[in-house]
Design a protein around this ligand. Structure first.
Ligand SMILES: NC(=O)c1ccc[n+]([C@@H]2O[C@H](COP(=O)([O-])OP(=O)(O)OC[C@H]3O[C@@H](n4cnc5c(N)ncnc54)[C@H](OP(=O)(O)O)[C@@H]3O)[C@@H](O)[C@H]2O)c1
Length: 307
């Protein structure tokens, strides 16, 4: 089966075509023929070996944690999905591959109206957004400061929050302010003077903050504006979160994957789900997608077309 893998850590150039075997699905699992695979910053962090304390992989490693595709086999105990069903969700094995395994409870059926590229882009961003809003216990009428609002997580966190009646102040470069406004957020440019710009919108501070950037002092500012670390969550960098005494939400258990996919599907059914696909790449060009991801200015998500 064709795949992209790396057998040593390093730059995007270590990604190379590979042939890998995917076993039959175990209990509760399905195997899918991957049509599209989402690219996440985690994929290049693992490739550069910067997160080994938290994500242990064995080499050679096939990257990718999310996909959309067609069920080709079901394991014992899977009763609600059948061969031929079109699904999207989190994968157990690398999704930069023609076939991948997934836990049946971590996928959802793909509505025909949700494109293959968008379907592969949704799972990780949706799960992270849903989980962080849950952990922050942010409620209707409250104000959320959201850093990296134009990334995949930020765009879905904005939509989930706005739909719940939460006011979102989202940081992004000017080029993304129009998009954020359309999604219902109040955009703020990051960089020098960020604190003053947020304070101008929220003179009494914010109720909670989700930091997907952790750049340019964003985390310290979040703690200050939220009145302490209690309702601040960081998702980008473990070490810095620990230094500030801020909870790092790592998503090691995926209990909220099902509800998160459902939250995204609910928005999709009402015609309001938006997750721009910043770039669509052939599987063989996964290295180019990683280069783009590492530049740090992806609007929405990058997606690989696998088959
Ligand atoms: N812990 C978890 O469970 C978890 C899950 C998913 C993702 N993550 C992490 O969360 C982070 C965000 O991931 P992602 O996939 O949403 O997007 P991403 O690709 O990491 O971020 C892209 C966005 O970051 C924005 N950005 C760049 N510099 C910024 C700054 N100084 N302040 C504010 N925004 C800035 C860019 O906006 P402009 O183009 O406007 O500059 C761009 O839209 C990554 O570090 C990722 O690894 C963690």
């Amino acid at each position: 089966m064709k795949a992209i893998a790396f057998d040593r850590y390093g730059g995007p150039d270590v990604l190379a075509p590979a042939t890998v075997e995917v076993p039959g699905p175990g209990p509760g699992q399905i195997r899918i023929a991957v049509r599209t695979a989402g690219v996440n910053p985690l994929d290049h962090k693992i490739r550069r070996d910067t997160v080994r304390e938290h994500f242990v992989v064995t080499l050679p490693h096939v990257p990718g944690i999310e996909a959309a595709g067609v069920v080709t086999a079901t394991g014992p105990g899977v009763t609600d999905l059948s061969v031929g069903d079109e699904v999207f969700g989190r994968t157990v094995t690398g999704s930069y591959a023609g076939q991948a395994l997934a836990e049946a409870r971590h996928v959802a059926r793909r509505p025909a109206t949700l494109g293959w590229a968008e379907a592969a882009a949704v799972p990780t961003a949706a799960e992270t957004a849903h989980r962080c809003l849950h952990e922050l216990e942010v409620r209707k009428g409250e104000t959320l400061l959201l850093h990296a609002a134009a990334g995949g997580v930020g765009i879905l966190a904005t939509q989930f929050a706005v739909a719940r009646g939460i006011r979102v102040i989202g940081t992004a470069s000017e080029a993304n302010h129009g998009l954020l406004r359309e999604l219902g957020a109040e955009p703020v440019a990051y960089g020098e003077g960020l604190g003053a710009r947020v304070r101008a919108l929220a003179p009494d501070g914010v109720h909670a903050a989700l930091d997907g950037a952790q750049r340019g002092g964003s985390l310290a500012l979040s703690v200050e504006l939220a009145g302490g670390t209690g309702r601040v969550v960081a998702i980008a960098e473990y070490g810095e979160a620990a230094r500030h005494g801020v909870h790092f939400s790592g998503g090691s258990d995926l209990d909220l994957m099902g509800p998160a996919l459902e939250e995204a599907l609910t928005l999709h059914r009402t015609g309001t789900l938006r997750l721009p696909v910043h770039g669509l790449y052939a599987l063989a060009d996964a290295g180019l997608a990683h280069e783009e991801s590492e530049r740090g200015h992806v609007r929405g998500k990058l997606v690989l077309v696998v088959t």
